[in-house]
Ligand binder design. Structure first.
Ligand SMILES: [Zn+2]
Length: 324
């Protein structure tokens, strides 16, 4: 025989699909003519096509069934949503027409929006269930807060709504970013996107609190928040992008926490003292104890990162040595 059976067996799948070169094709045909063993293998390979056909058929049936169920569940979801939404809408119109603002009954109904979104929305949407459900859940809570705030004539709506938005973003953003279709678009930027969402919603919350607060809020808020936001981003960058081992990362994170807590604490202390002096209040400072804790954190962090980086180096060298 001109060719080894092993070689021909490797070529058979290509030959079957008609995607091999003419030379290979001739070689396979010549070999099949004289080798019974390879002929058997080729026949089996051809039979597998039938199996594949069966599998595809089965998937088609399952696909059309699942489409049918999706349509049914969308209908059920729409009916549930309508049952809950109609009384809310009617009550709102009646309340507004009465001219006395919202009644307490409207708040009870608005509260029903929350379970409605959790039950009806996942049934209604065929794709992106997670994203749509979480978004409408968040919206329904914000609507309820708005209704209560209007009813009680409060001025806390933006603080409450932005806090809810931030809190729910913290809970849901990682899940939403890791699910299709978002995961597909984001590819390697899931962590970055989640961090961006946290930062944006956190800033919105701080702005809302700042606008609503009567006290001289901004300088103190900035002194506390800016270093903390920076710290979270630096820790994220260390964990996600720095090519060092776990020990070195832990050490670096401890160092960063130490430095930024120290700086943030000093800044906050400065502003507290300033406003206290302005108000004529004496403040007993515990700053020397705090500073000692931060310096100790920094020192341990530096030691850990040095050990971590050294261990990494030594390991690299040994690996190289072993390769040689
Ligand atoms: Zn053969």
């Amino acid at each position: 025989m001109k060719y080894e059976c092993d070689l021909i067996e490797d070529l058979l799948p290509l030959y079957k699909d008609g995607i091999c070169s003419d030379t290979s094709k001739t070689a396979v045909e010549e070999h099949l003519a004289e080798c019974e063993k390879c002929r058997d293998i080729y026949e089996k390979l051809k039979d597998e096509t039938v199996d594949e056909l069966m599998i595809r058929e089965k998937e088609d049936v399952i696909g059309s069934q699942s489409k049918f169920f999706k349509r049914k569940s969308a209908l059920a979801g729409s009916i549930i949503a309508a049952i809950f939404a109609l009384p809310i809408l009617i009550c709102l119109i009646v309340d507004l027409a009465g001219g006395n603002g919202l009644g307490w009954f409207f708040i009870v109904l608005a509260a029903m929006l929350i379970p409605t979104t959790l039950i009806a929305v996942p049934l209604m949407v065929p794709e992106n269930k997670m994203f749509t459900t979480m978004t409408s859940f968040t919206l329904s809570i914000i609507i309820l807060l708005g209704a209560i705030c209007l009813y009680t004539r409060g001025n806390w709506f933006f603080i409450a709504a932005s806090s809810v938005l931030f809190g729910l973003t913290v809970c849901f953003a990682p899940f939403i970013a890791c699910r299709r279709p978002l995961a597909g678009y984001l590819k390697n930027y899931k962590g970055l996107t989640v961090m961006g969402a946290y930062t944006v919603t956190f800033c919105i919350m701080m702005i809302c609190i700042g606008i609503s607060a009567n006290a001289p809020f901004w300088p103190l808020a900035f002194a506390i928040c800016a270093p903390l936001i920076a710290m979270v981003w630096i820790i994220f960058a260390i964990i996600r992008y720095l090519p060092v081992n776990g020990l070195a990362k832990t050490g670096l994170i401890m160092t960063v926490i130490g430095i930024i807590s120290f700086a943030g604490n000093k800044a906050a202390e400065y502003f507290t003292l300033k406003s206290a002096t302005a108000a004529g209040v004496t403040v007993i400072s515990r700053s020397s104890l705090n500073s000692a804790i931060y310096v100790a954190t920094m020192a341990i962090g530096v030691i850990l990162s040095v050990i971590g980086i050294a261990v990494g180096r030594i390991k690299k060298e040994t690996d190289k040595g072993e390769e040689k």
